[in-house]
Design a protein around this ligand. Sequence first.
Ligand SMILES: Cc1cc2nc3c(=O)[nH]c(=O)nc-3n(C[C@H](O)[C@H](O)[C@H](O)COP(=O)(O)OP(=O)(O)OC[C@H]3O[C@@H](n4cnc5c(N)ncnc54)[C@H](O)[C@@H]3O)c2cc1C
Length: 389
Amino acid sequence: MDTHIATGRSLAGPRTVYTAEHEMFRDQVRRFFEKHIVPHHRQWERDGIVPRALWLEAGAAGLLCPMLAEEYGGAGTDFGYSAIIIEEIARTNCSGPGFPLHSDIVVPYVADLATQARRAEWLPRMARGELIGAIAMTEPGMGSDLKAVRTTARREGGDYVINGSKTFISNGQNAGLVIVVAKTDPAAGRKGISLICVEDGTPGFTRGRNLEKIGLHAQDTSELFFDDVRVPVANLLGEENRGFSYLIRNLPQERLVIAIRAATSMETMLELTVAYTKGREAFGQPIIDFQHNRFKLADAKAQSTMFRVFADHCLALHLRGELTVELAATAKLLGAEMQNKLLDDFLQLHGGYGYIAEYAIGRAWADARVGRIYGGSSEIMREIIGRTL
Ligand SMILES: Cc1cc2nc3c(=O)[nH]c(=O)nc-3n(C[C@H](O)[C@H](O)[C@H](O)COP(=O)(O)OP(=O)(O)OC[C@H]3O[C@@H](n4cnc5c(N)ncnc54)[C@H](O)[C@@H]3O)c2cc1C
């Protein structure tokens, strides 16, 4: 079944965004997924988490932190290698491993903004999968409006003392290093926010429940609590009170991750649904032969073909360091909305089987729903785009 999906070719023809080296890496990633992830993923969905041992295996196989400099144990490559891992996650429908969050969202903050000593201490362990990263922005009373964060970090001598609680934090149970978004100057709004790292085992830092979700069942998503958590000032990322601008700078890459995943999910599920509708008969004919269904699939093919071209364009811009906040928001908005619409149509074409978790389409449909919410909701993406009008 897997002919063109997320390889050197797409429904729109050859993909020019990847080099031969990228494609060789894809083969390696694909082998890793088929051996270490696909056979176990259903169990991890029941467990609500992927085992830490998988992170060590992924680290040893070079699947973590591809962009990280070689001196810290990374491969020193470009975001294209990360994009390939994201595409394999979507293609295999294995949403559990939180590798993109770790490698493409958390590690870049540490690599760009931590002190030299902290980089040397943490990054090699992050590349090996020994130290798993998370980023804690959202709080029980605040998500979209980041500047309203209520967690505080008070300076006391050479330490920060952190108080507050976070929720919906991906990798929350497995994480050994959490970047906490906290107010260091509560009166200063967005200009009073800082990013501070908290390590597992620091007194006062506790984890709440691994939250039960309607999708992404193998991903650990948690509440985190900070009760007079004392960390050295050296755990600050970058400069005090500049956290908001660091977040704004890095969010386009997070949004591109979601868009790339959407593009591959649509292509994969389209192919699967075409095969299903050719094999399933009703009223004496394959259900794809009903014009209504064939037109649905034709529309889906046209839309996912168009979105792939746009996602590749955004990826190419990002590889050149030219992806704007606005374009990343556009890709995230369109990708997540289109993916939700198409996967819902695909599920419908599966009839009752679409609603059964054994079938990939139902799981992909449930996993996709959060794409319209996290990484900035669709409404926030429209706000960002709207401001440019
Ligand atoms: C599975 C999962 C994983 C997550 N992982 C992480 C993580 O790792 N780290 C982290 O920090 N957070 C994470 N989140 C949190 C996620 O980023 C937030 O849920 C999201 O930003 C929305 O915030 P909220 O839930 O507080 O919704 P709210 O901000 O309360 O929004 C509620 C509704 O109001 C709308 N709304 C808000 N403001 C506006 C506006 N200005 N105009 C129009 N509509 C508006 C929203 O679009 C939404 O529809 C995760 C969430 C989930 C579900």
